[in-house]
Design a protein. Structure first.
Lengths: 623, 376
């Protein structure tokens, strides 16, 4: 019994032990199975898929950001900067990283003193962007505001202060048309230059034409960022290449003087170094401020400029087309002299008008110049003499001579946008109007009117060729390439050139000259030149009888264009100038004085080296 | 008596020859020190704020563990219900006086320290249930009347924890309790029936839930539904583990960790750092040490001579393995994100001390392996 009970007890204990053993083995096996699954998973993640996850980890932590190369400067011939980069302070925000947007914006409003409208504008701008995208909320901050925001930064999660670069322009109004401006990258820019890293691209002028040179090459920066997107450290930086400077032949001070002198007038002043072709001054007025464009101009101001009667956005020096008027008379005279049709003694009697066909053509001097020879006619700008002369030589010879002096074609300036102008002739008229050339058209071409159109730059180049005694020099804006000056000898008789030279001297420096009141004398140097006054309306016979209405009594748009071309010094000329004032009135009264003042500044301030006699014998003998 | 490679059972009663199962102690300490090393690395190569405190707690835990190991099996047996009841009272206390942290009421301020009673409960439940089964005859374990008490002992704390709310710990607790019942030898048909009941109840409960509740459960089951919240962390954790490769990036060099891509990297996600910085080889080592500890517990459980000890030791092993597997599965994107620490390694005082106290109890029971206790 006891044994039996013992046995029973043992059996029960064995039962308990074996039951536990079985079940604990079962659970142990289950644990082993789970352990195997865990190890399998570990092997899958760390060995099989390791590469993929390593890539993901790198993508997580490394942010590649471009280093935008500093854009090259644009400087004038003496190294004075015209376009440069300035630091700009701005703020941007990423909505995703802002815990409480209204609170953050209220804080910014408090710190920066925003108006409620500004706050609403900023909020709308942020809400328009996707959550993860960066929104620019304030630009061109002052140092003071920037510092204030930086101080509050711990309470402004998601707001990022940024240091950037912006383009700034010196003498902005004076150089706007040459230097141009940069603006936000457009689809057209990407098509032309490829996918650029920089946000701004040159839009006009030198900024556009020399974009590739100015831009430089962007570098790449590898940044380590944390989960919040904040940069922890820089891993590597491959610096790009800074943009190259572009040096212009422009003299910024001269440019400023000319701009100031033009004032509210609409027109242009172009000064060219006759030996090298370097453009020292090229001003178009009215102008605009390229800084406004660089920081993003508003639509309204832009439209206003675009629609403005005096076309501030147009570079009138290369894109404005004007009848050259009397400044063309040298070409007509040279055509006749070269053809041997006239000589110095040939005289014409000017009674104040000239009849041809059924038309009466008037001289500017109502009472007439009387008996006048070539030099007198050029100096006094007698129209009748040139009506007669034009008919004597015919349009073909005039057309040929004008073309030799570069009219009717681009001068080849290293700035895009140049207009060609028009030198009319029989073929031209046939092609353009499908009609024959008429004698009356030859008559008015003789005084530089009619179909004839030229840019102020073309007139300057033409004048420079006269100053060079018949050597045409290609104009240019980029400095530092003196060895590459492009000269074309026009093969004109030196005697004939001397006649023109003498006449142009008289026109400015003798009492009978039209520009006598604008003569100058600096270091024994004088200026030679020729005025031009171009009618832009037809004066009726009735008006002639009652007296021609004075320019000042006319609508601005109906007033005459005032022109002057010239060069200085009168011996060994170095600078050619053209001044065109749209609807300015008389060339002698309006254009010549401006030319004189610009030339005075130039001669008074020129470096000593520039006044040395020419080294190049090509240019000819000193008169 | 035949001894296993971990040393055979002994009857080293009394404090005079104080000898414990040192391999188990060593294994646990190695895991704790691995935690110190990783916490040092997580802090960017700094002992503060986590590593040194983890070390101090480890030392305190060691003292506690050995102190408990010095106790007699009968003392532990006598304390089992008291411990369970005390922790249950604390859980109820949390319900009324608990501190709220991150939306859940889990902490209880005891004046000297803040504790998470839910962490303690996991081991107190094992003690309570084991004592219950020691007190009834083996032949009676499957009698329906004897199912009521264990069910209540498991359900009560589980529901209290569920209310905190802490679904993860609640399920883990229930699973731990179920494993004790299973090891005790309760007829497997009850388990089959229970499984079927749960499976059939799910659709019914689902039908009666509100939309936002359903959404919560869906996010819980599939974190990718919420890619900016929990899903983001799982993805980043997988990237961390995967990018570790064979040898890892080296201590302090883990980019996922250093750059804050990982959540809770010092607590629940510490294994991610381990895998990222020490690679497959390091992770394998850690898992092998865990396996060593679990195997030691398994072997000891089969050598002790009373049901109470058996159940306590084996269930401790099972519970530990649940924690390890769920934690590892979670950080490797295998299981939903539930707040489950990696035993001994994760930073966290309550968790560490509970696990070490549990091992202390195991050591004590192992010292008295040959003690037989009658049942009924």
């Amino acid at each position: 019994m006891t044994a039996n009970m013992e046995a029973h007890k043992v059996a029960r204990f064995d039962d308990e032990e074996t039951s536990f053993a079985r079940r604990s083995l079962l659970l142990g096996g289950f644990q082993l199975l789970l352990g195997g699954v865990i190890l399998g998973r570990l092997q899958y993640l760390q060995l099989s898929q390791s590469e993929a996850y390593t890539t993901l980890a790198e993508a997580n932590r490394v942010k590649i950001s471009p280093i935008i190369a500093p854009r090259g400067r644009i400087i004038d011939r003496y190294g004075q900067w015209l376009a440069e980069n300035d630091r700009t302070l701005s703020l941007s925000i990423v909505r995703e990283q802002v815990p409480d947007l209204p609170a953050t914006l209220r804080e910014l409003q408090r710190v920066l003193g925003w108006s409620d409208e500004k706050l609403a504008r900023v909020r709308n701008a942020i809400l328009r962007q996707p959550r993860f995208r960066e929104t620019l909320i304030a630009k061109d901050l002052s140092w003071e505001d920037f510092a204030k925001v930086n101080l509050e930064l711990p309470f402004l999660a998601g707001v990022e202060p940024k240091l950037g670069e912006k383009r700034v322009y010196n003498h902005p109004q004076a150089v706007a048309h040459i230097v141009g401006y940069v603006g936000p990258k457009t689809r057209r820019d990407i098509e032309e230059f490829g996918n650029l890293v920089a946000n701004t691209v040159g839009q006009t002028g030198i900024e556009r034409d020399y974009e590739n040179q100015l831009r430089g090459e962007a570098g790449v920066r590898h940044l380590e960022v944390n989960a919040n997107g904040r940069t922890v450290r820089e891993l590597s930086a491959e610096g790009g290449e800074a943009g190259e400077d572009v040096r212009l032949t422009i003299d910024a001070d001269l440019q400023a003087v000319a701009t100031k002198r033009l004032g509210q007038r609409s027109g242009s002043v172009v000064v060219m170094d006759v030996r090298t072709g370097g453009i020292m001054c090229m001003v178009s007025a009215p102008s605009f401020d390229p800084n406004q464009f660089a920081s993003g101009i508003d639509m309204k101001s832009w439209r206003q400029m675009l629609m403005h009667e005096r076309k501030p956005l147009l570079n009138k020096a290369v894109q404005g087309l004007y009848a050259p008027g009397s400044t063309f008379k040298m070409i007509v005279a040279l055509a006749a002299l070269e053809a041997g049709i006239i000589d110095l003694k040939t005289k014409v009697n000017c009674k104040g008008d000239y009849e041809y066909g059924n038309e009466k053509y008037h001289c500017w001097l109502e009472e007439g110049h009387g008996d006048i020879d070539l030099e007198g006619a050029l100096a006094g700008s007698c129209d009748v003499y040139f009506y007669d002369l034009a008919l004597k030589i015919g349009i073909d010879k005039i057309e040929e001579m004008a073309a030799r002096f570069g009219l009717g074609m681009q001068t080849g300036l290293d700035l895009s946008g140049e207009k060609t102008g028009t030198v009319p002739g029989r073929d031209w008229k046939r092609a353009r109007y499908n009609t024959g050339w008429r004698g009356g058209e030859t008559v008015i071409t003789g005084i530089g009117q009619g179909f004839l159109l030229a840019t102020p730059l073309q007139l300057t180049v033409m004048t420079a060729a006269l100053a060079n005694k018949g050597v045409l020099v290609r104009p240019r804006l980029l400095a530092g390439q003196d060895e590459a000056v492009e000269r074309t000898a026009l093969g004109l008789d030196a005697k004939n050139m001397a006649i023109i030279e003498s006449a142009l001297y008289r026109a400015v420096n003798r009492p009978e000259g039209t520009a006598y009141s604008s003569s100058l004398l600096i270091k024994n140097q004088r200026m030679s030149g020729k005025t031009g006054t171009v009618q832009v309306r037809r004066i009726s016979t009735e008006e002639r009888e009652t007296g021609v209405i004075a320019n000042k009594d006319l609508d601005w748009r109906l007033r005459d264009h005032a022109l002057f071309v010239g060069y200085a010094p009168h011996k060994n000329p170095r600078y050619a100038i053209s001044v065109v004032i749209e609807h300015g009135g008389g060339g002698a009264q309006v254009a010549a004085p401006i030319a004189r003042d610009v030339m005075v500044h130039l001669l008074e301030n020129e470096p000593a080296a520039a006044s040395a006699p020419p080294v190049n014998a090509d240019i000819g003998e000193i008169l | 008596m035949n001894s296993g490679f971990l040393g055979g059972p002994s009857n080293r009663a009394g404090l005079i020859t104080f000898d414990v199962h040192w391999p188990l102690v060593l294994g646990v300490l190695t895991l704790g020190l691995a935690g110190v090393l990783l916490l040092y690395s997580v802090a960017g190569g700094d002992l503060s704020p986590w590593a040194w405190r983890h070390g101090v707690r480890l030392a305190a835990g060691l003292v506690l563990m050995l102190a408990i190991a010095a106790l007699d099996t009968r003392t532990i047996f006598a304390l089992a219900y008291i411990a369970y009841a005390a922790i249950l009272v604390m859980l109820i206390g949390v319900e009324f006086f608990g501190d709220k942290s991150m939306g859940a009421r889990r902490w209880l301020d005891l004046g000297v320290m803040r504790v998470q009673p839910s962490e303690f409960m996991r081991f107190a439940l094992i003690l309570g249930l084991a004592r219950f089964y020691q007190s009834i005859h083996q032949a009676d374990v499957s009698r329906p009347i004897n199912l009521l008490a264990p069910f209540a002992m498991i359900a009560l704390p589980s529901l209290l924890i569920l209310r905190q709310p802490d679904l993860g710990t609640s399920i883990m607790l229930a699973a731990t309790g179920a494993s004790v019942v299973f090891l005790a030898g309760v007829n497997w048909r009850y388990f089959a029936a229970g499984t079927v009941a749960v499976l059939t109840a799910i659709p019914l409960v689902w039908q009666n839930m509100l939309n936002y509740q359903k959404e919560r459960v869906l996010v819980f089951l599939n974190p990718e539904r919420d890619p900016l919240g929990a899903g983001y962390h799982i993805i980043q954790s997988k990237i961390g583990v995967g990018s570790g490769g064979l040898w890892g990036k080296g201590l302090v060099e883990g980019t996922q960790s250093r750059l804050d891509f990982l959540p809770e990297k010092h607590t629940d996600f510490i294994f991610t750092i381990f895998a990222e910085e020490l690679g497959f080889m390091g992770s394998l080592m850690l898992i092998l040490i865990f396996a060593f500890v679990l195997f030691a517990l398994f072997q000891i459980s089969r050598q002790v001579k009373n049901q109470f000890s058996r159940l306590v030791i084996a269930s401790t092993g099972v519970s530990l393995s649940f924690y390890i597997v769920v934690n590892l599965a979670m950080v490797m994107g295998f299981a939903p994100v539930v707040g489950v620490p990696l035993p001994f390694v994760s930073y966290g005082g309550t968790s560490l001390l509970t696990f070490m106290a549990a091992i202390g109890v195991v050591l004590s029971l192992e010292r008295n392996a040959l003690v037989e206790m009658s049942r009924g």
